[in-house]
Design a protein around this ligand. Sequence first.
Ligand code: T1G
Length: 709
Amino acid sequence: MSEFVVVHHDNGVAVITVQNPPVNALSPGVPEGIFSALSAAERDTSVRALVIIGGGKTFIAGADIKELEAAARDPENAPDLHPLLLRVEDSFKPVVMAIHGTALGGGLELAMAGHYRVASPDALLGAPEANLGIIPGAEGTQRLPRLVGVPVAIDLCVSGRLVKASEALALGLIDRLIEGDLLKGACDFARSVADQMISKTRDRNGRLGEADENQKAFAAGREQASKIRPHQTAPLFAIDAIEAATALPFYEGCKREREIAKQCLASPQAQAMIHLFFAERGVAKVPGLAKDAQPYLIKKVGIIGAGTMGGGIAMACVNAGIPVLLKDTSQDAIDRGLATVRKNYERSVQRGRTPQVVMDQRMSMIHTQLDYAGFDEVDLIIEAAFESMEVKRQLFGDIEKIAKPDCVLATNTSTLDIDAIASVTSRPEMVVGLHFFSPANVMRLVEIVRGIYIGDRTLATALAIAKTLKKIGVVVGNCRGFVGNRMMFPYMREAQFLVEEGAFPEQVDRALTNFGMAMGIFAVDDLGGIDLLYRVRQESRHLDKPGVRKPVVHDRLYETGRWGQKRSAGWYKYDDKMKASLDLVVHELVEKTSAELGIKRREITDEEIVERCIYVMVNEGAKILEEGYASRAADIDVIYTTGYGFPAWRGGPMWYADTIGLKKIYDRISEFEKRFGSDLWAPAPLLKQLAESGSTFAAFDSKVMSIAK
Ligand code: T1G
């Protein structure tokens, strides 16, 4: 019997339990184990029906993505689940799939080959393959539309969203909800259908719809795909495979699906997104952090500052079930902050994402106040006050006198020196940077900034609270702008230089969004506020090297009072729905600034825009790695794809650089250095070294991790 499968009998039912922790992935040996257990149960005359169930916390969370990662480099060796699916579906004894936890990708495909599916109410089902740049490749695109109809199958494959068991029942994806003991309920169900005619999913063509309505569904699906997953190929290929299901007999449809799946698996997008899957899980493995460092338990949080960030962080906490004390200096500030929180929840209720009762319950977990009452009982204090060193040092001096000894003290600063803040306390080892991204209740990224004083338990607590808040916590060093903003500064600089030299903001933004950025850099600047970046630059003027070119056009815009969306005018002008449009006033300002700088404006290509804006990021990323402010290039990829709108299908800036080839990037940067000078474009020594040795950032990471082990 296979190490991955355990079989026991329950009054005429053979129960096949899959055991491949942590998520029962269909790793090599698992499908084979299920296959032989099923064959044996079929031969066993005492068996009238079968139940397949997952051991531990979940059903089967899909194919083994590690195996897919290898197959992406050699698709001919992609895992083939077809023999098992056929074995299940052609069983002459009913096979009941008992689902708890998650049934995802290949796990859902196996479940759909079964004759019946039952689930516990907390189960989640889905086809998230698009998140990996691939399509369901185990007949999922052929069986799913047969169970739930074409439009729903398209939606599930394009969005990758997971459906709760109650919705799965309504959709026809499962046959029964089992309250209480799932295994007992599944066995009872199996016995109840043991003598009934077996219906195979592959023969259920009733829900495949009519050609004309399907054409509408395909068109709507392709439009949805280009809207929610711009530039991504897999969602469109999934629709092609579902279309094959409606046009071809089952097995020909499966053959078409396999061809498309192989094509997807071999695509750079799949390799990039599979890289990110593991990179997002790899950030928790922090070199230098003691493996047995115990995080402090966070049961209650105190937040200082009820502004945009403080309010968003409060929502993230109560959404995770953690009550919050939210303090600010004036009732007005509190009322404004709470009004924003309430508006956010109301919007979510209106969209049917949050039941009203849940909104009320979460709002009731936010206690607002003007003093520090109760802050001596909280387990974590997050300071989200005005971005000024003086204000933050004052605050940390105050809170450390109130907070209990094992309370972790965190600051949400996005640019200021953590050590300078920590050093005003008598317990700097308890201080950590928790740099959330706006809106903090939505954005998945948290930069966890570790300063020189931080204790292992404090760092472990920061990682744990990020996970509890369903965030991706990436540990970074305490340099100016940490990792994300530090790479953003030269990116913004080059974008502004390009505008001073001949481009216009909308051209730069178009080139960047065509490249795949979620937003153009000038649109981002308008969203964040022109005054914000202006103030950050003023605060760091003392760090500027004399004689080195600095952008001027941003100052000129600031001086006009066009501070972005908050003033309905910035690089763009905005209507009352915040829709951006071109403003020739900005063109005049840009041309005037070029004249002021004595720059003869020239034709600038989109290619130059992308190269200067993205390569300068890569170069800064390489400096950050060699200076040790980030542990892995993959961490930088996670930061930029989850916090800065870098396209996931390009894998992040460092992975993207590897796909271009570091030699080409290095050579181009060296050309820019000749044109614009070393102060702006000196190649990072690490980039030079990797480029000249024909190596990659991925190889750099493996080396880091092999040393860290
Ligand atoms: N394969 C290999 N390893 C996996 C895995 C998988 N499918 N899923 C998770 N892991 C590892 C993960 O790397 C981590 O390892 C540990 O398990 C815990 O994961 C044929 C081709 C199930 C919701 O896309 O979404 O099927 O870091 O931290 O937060 O058509 O994991 O501890 O060493 O995420 O509790 C489709 C992917 C595959 C689901 C659990 N399936 N997994 O979340 O734990 S493609 C997916 C998840 C496919 C078919 C196609 C989540 C989870 P480590 P975790 P979690």
